[in-house]
Design a protein around this ligand. Structure first.
Ligand SMILES: C[S@@+](CC[C@H](N)C(=O)[O-])C[C@H]1O[C@@H](n2cnc3c(N)ncnc32)[C@H](O)[C@@H]1O
Length: 287
């Protein structure tokens, strides 16, 4: 059957097209539907390229945000999502110590002993701890690579009480952590130095644990990461009191000592902080 001829750049008017144009107007903005339908019908432009152009429009962004953010009442999660981080469902009546022994520790590789010491010390000294972390869970299930610390801190306070705050500059990392953790985890999307400084002005009690694991370490050029982590320490200083535990991840990497904690360590050795653990991570107790 011959197709009706039409002016290039305008889709023929019929009731089906009118509905398609109205639909495309929703995605691409008022008055844009006709133009996009004509491009699909009249040109050889590939459809993924057209779809990407629509996805960049202000109308699409607005529609996406509306659809993703409406009706979220009652979204608080009682438990973390174990399947999301690649472990079997947890028994939520099991104490944290048993969860750590059975599910977390065997997956932690080079961080197993460091986290073992950290959680044992936390449990014995700080029954309802305030835990503050920089750099949150960005890759679900990456136990050996990153550690999944955010999930474990969430599990610790979810079961035993206390408060947990984690700060990350990237919405993508915050999104992953939000999906993995329960509502016991409070996630802040901001640069860690700015976020820690704000917390230090707002909170009164010293923290039980500060876990520093943000700015990635480049083993060939460790200084930028080491400087960032000492800036974090400066920003959070008012929340560090006697007995506060401070732990830095990626401390001994590739046979070199220091890593993310190279300058933090100089400060702590100057004030004679007790080193409770030194390995892939380094853990201090503040005098
Ligand atoms: C190594 S990952 C953290 C891993 C996490 N602690 C875990 O165990 O799964 C580092 C994270 O730090 C974040 N980051 C890097 N620079 C930052 C900064 N200046 N402020 C806040 N977060 C930062 C990155 O977005 C990334 O998500």
């Amino acid at each position: 059957m011959a197709r009706a001829s039409r002016r290039p750049g305008s889709a023929p008017a019929n009731s089906e097209n009118t509905r398609l144009i109205a639909l495309l107007d929703q995605f691409a903005g008022p008055g844009q539907g006709q133009r996009f339908l004509a491009r699909v019908l009249d040109t050889a432009d590939n459809t993924p390229a057209i779809a990407r152009e629509i996805a960049r429009s202000a109308a699409f962004q607005r529609l996406y945000k509306e659809a993703r953010t409406a009706d979220i009442a009652g979204r608080a999660q009682d438990h973390g999502d174990a399947a999301f981080i690649d472990i079997p469902a947890l028994d939520h009546n099991q104490p944290f110590e048993a969860q750590f022994r059975e599910h977390f520790r065997p997956r932690l590789g080079k961080r197993a002993d460091g986290f073992g010491m950290l959680f044992a010390t936390l449990a014995s000294r700080h029954p309802r701890p305030l835990i503050i972390e920089t750099g949150c869970l960005r890759m679900p299930g990456n136990w050996e690579g990153d550690g999944q610390s955010t999930f474990m801190f969430d599990a610790f306070v979810r079961g035993g009480g206390g408060h947990f705050i984690s700060i990350d500059a990237l919405p993508e990392s915050i999104d992953t952590a939000r999906r993995a953790c329960s509502s016991a985890a409070n996630l802040i999307c901001n640069d860690s130095v700015a976020g820690l400084y704000a917390l230090s002005q707002l909170l009164a009690a010293p923290a039980a644990l500060i876990y520093l694991d943000s700015y990635d370490l480049d083993v060939d050029d460790p200084l930028p990461s080491a400087v960032h982590h000492v800036l974090e320490l400066a920003a959070v200083r008012p929340l560090i009191g006697s007995g506060t535990l401070v732990c830095v991840d990626d401390y001994a990497v590739g046979g070199q000592q220091g890593g993310k904690g190279m300058i933090v360590d100089k400060f702590f050795s100057s004030i004679r902080a007790q080193v409770l653990y030194s390995g892939y991570q380094r853990l201090w107790s503040v005098p």
